[in-house]
Each structure stands twice: as C-alpha cells, then as structure tokens.
Ligand binder design. Structure first.
Ligand code: SLL
Length: 172
C-alpha cells in the first residue's frame, strides 16, 4: 500500500438543511409524542460537483464510491438520536420544534485508509429576519416566508492518499 506523498486531493461537498412549517393536516397526522412538532426538516451531506455526464444545475455528485457511512447525531430529545445512513442520499428527514447542533460523522470506505471526519451544522428552522431580530417569528410569518435553506460549501481534503484510493477518487 503506497501513499502518494505530497499530494492533496479534495472532493467538494455541501451540507446543511431545509425546513418547512407543517400544515394543519400534517400536524394532525403526527403521533401523540410529536404533537408539539411544528416543522419538517431534512439534513444532508451531498457532493457539490455535478455528477459525471450531468449538466443540470444542482445535480449532486454521488459520494458513495468513497463514503461508507454518514452518522447524523441528533438532539437527545429524539429517539435513537444517532442515525446511520449507509447509502445515498446521505440525509435524515424528521419533524421537530427546535433548532440544535447536528453532528455529521463521515466514515470513508475501508480502502481509503482515512480517519472519519466530523462536520457540525446548526439546524435552522426559523427564517432570518431583515432586522436580525433574534425573536422566533410567529408560524404564520414563517409560512409566508417559505422554506428555510441553510447550506454551506466545504471540501473533504485527503493528504498523502493511498494510490488505490486516489484511483477510486479520480476514476469516478
Ligand atoms: C432548544 N436547545 O431548546 C434546543 C433543543 C430540541 C429539539 C431543541 C423534537 C424532539 C422530539 C425537537 O424538535 N427537539 O420530540 O422527538 O430549542
């Protein structure tokens, strides 16, 4: 197993969440334990590059050729807060009422010889206000504002990669 010394290779990703306010029907359909939930949200890690041969904007690259698992660590108020996702899309959809920090632990394929990387994302449910007012806007205002999107760009960087892992990354 040969490491290519001095070489760095990266893969662009985006991670974050979208959130929408539940409508009356959706709220009625919730289990008793979730009766206080106000939002549905999806947190995800996606490839930021377009998939090969795909030129549609936002066509997310599939990370599964080098990502083995993403573990999303939710707030302890959730049942089984540690959620393992072993195939794309690497995402978790839930309902809830509050914002909190989500940990995303990315484990790479065994062949990579890379340590897991942990990303942190503040789950964003409430729309930003023009005034920067920290108060949570009332739900009817949030419904008018539409879905909340909170995403950021990052790069997974691999230093001195194994030759075989480099091949895995570049042949894709
Ligand atoms: C807050 N620090 O107080 C945060 C905690 C917790 C969010 C937010 C529902 C969990 C469930 C949920 O939204 N938890 O009922 O399963 O704002």
């Amino acid at each position: 197993r040969v490491r290519i010394r001095g070489l760095s290779i990266f893969r662009p990703i985006i991670y974050g969440n979208t959130a929408t306010v539940l409508n009356a029907k959706e709220r009625e359909a919730l289990a008793a334990a979730s009766a206080d939930h106000t939002h549905r949200w999806t947190v995800a890690v996606r490839g930021a590059a377009s998939a090969p041969g795909q030129d549609t904007v936002g066509g997310a690259d599939d990370l599964s050729h080098f990502v083995k698992r993403v573990t999303f660590k939710l707030h302890d108020t959730y049942p089984n807060p540690s959620r393992n996702v072993d195939k794309p899309p690497f995402e978790v959809t839930e309902t809830g009422w509050g914002e909190f920090e989500i940990q995303m632990r990315i484990t790479f394929v065994a062949d990579a010889g890379e340590k897991p990387i942990t990303l942190y994302h503040h789950l964003k449910l409430h729309p930003w206000t023009a005034t920067g007012d920290p108060e949570i806007p009332p739900l009817d205002a949030a419904i008018k504002a539409g879905p909340v999107h909170s995403w950021q760009y990052d790069e997974l960087v691999f230093n001195d990669p194994f030759q075989s892992f480099l091949t895995t990354l570049t042949q894709h």
